[in-house]
Design a binder for this molecule. Structure first.
Ligand code: NAD
Ligand code: ZN
Length: 261
């Protein structure tokens, strides 16, 4: 989804939904937080880092092979389905953006999803820059090769690793330009907000004595849904907060949009 720049002086109103691992938690895919900074019992630095993936090549493939096989066995939940209804209703006025690498939003029917951190069902080759679909299949580290140049060790999952480039962030920043319209709505669902600091993108911090305060710097309405409060999001910068499961929060947010957008 190639989000266009907003008009500088008078951006149109938009609904921007940004999700993280919590959105897919009720489908049975673990978040990071579930396991104390581990992802399915692996250190992020072992399986998801630009500096280590080549040295851990076998492990990296095993890890993402497992994630792909797991993905084939889970289903979109009510929160994905609600986002699909919202997108269907507001169409091009709604941008669906996710940090997730699963395809559950697409399987719930969302036709355009901006994946900030890549896609489990795609592979790429750093030797020749080819990329291809692997669907839910395993990459066999013994026999499989890049289909274009036959490289073995150049093949990696098409996932944005820590320390790597995230070209899709440009489009997220474009989407956030629309928050200058006070009719726009930003909905953040199921993310700790530490991998991407959404708070710093939409607010500024002031410190008076030992009091820290956060002030929203965008004109749009803002909504947060997580299971619980955390240090990366101040309630002060949200018009609505839902600290509960995404499957119960999203239908409430859908209703909120009907009444307020
Ligand atoms: P995180 O694991 O750091 O945080 C999860 C957040 O979701 C927490 O704030 C928690 O309160 C909330 N949450 C958990 N269960 C929830 C539920 N049922 N309903 C509502 N909220 C719930 O996730 P993150 O901030 O997205 O960062 C993790 C990074 O890891 C992302 O960049 C992502 O690419 C990757 N990741 C992806 C997947 C996936 O694709 N499904 C899974 C794990 C990690
Ligand atoms: Zn290649």
């Amino acid at each position: 989804m190639l989000i266009p720049h907003a008009s500088y002086t008078n951006p149109e109103k938009r609904i921007i939904i940004i999700s993280g691992a919590g959105l897919s938690a009720e489908s049975g895919i673990s978040t990071f937080r579930d396991s104390d900074g581990l992802w399915e019992n692996h250190k992020i630095t072992d399986v998801c880092h630009e500096m280590t993936w080549k040295n851990n090549w076998e492990l990296v493939h095993k890890f993402y092979n497992d994630r792909r096989v797991q993905l084939a066995s889970v289903e979109p939940n009510e929160a994905h389905k609600t986002i699909s209804r919202i997108k269907e209703k507001y169409k091009d006025e709604c941008y669906v953006i996710t940090q997730n690498v699963d395809d559950l939003l697409e399987r719930a029917g969302v036709n355009e999803v901006l994946h900030l951190h890549g896609n489990l069902k795609k592979m790429e080759c750093i030797s020749c820059a080819h990329n291809w679909d692997i669907e839910y299949k395993k990459f066999d580290t013994e026999t499989d090769r890049c289909p274009k140049c036959n490289s073995k060790k150049g093949v990696r999952p098409s996932i944005v690793f820590f320390g790597g480039q995230a070209p899709m962030y440009n489009y997220m920043h474009r989407a956030l330009e629309y928050l200058e319209n006070k009719e726009s709505v930003l909905i953040i669902v199921g993310t700790m907000g530490n991998v991407i600091s959404f708070q710093s993108l939409i607010s500024r911090e002031t410190i008076k004595g030992n009091q820290v305060a956060h002030h929203k710097t965008v004109r749009a309405r803002t909504i947060l849904n997580n299971l619980e409060e955390n240090e990366y999001f101040s309630n002060d910068i949200f018009d609505e907060t839902f600290y509960e499961k995404a499957t119960t929060a999203l239908p409430k947010i859908e209703k909120w949009l009907e009444e307020n957008y």
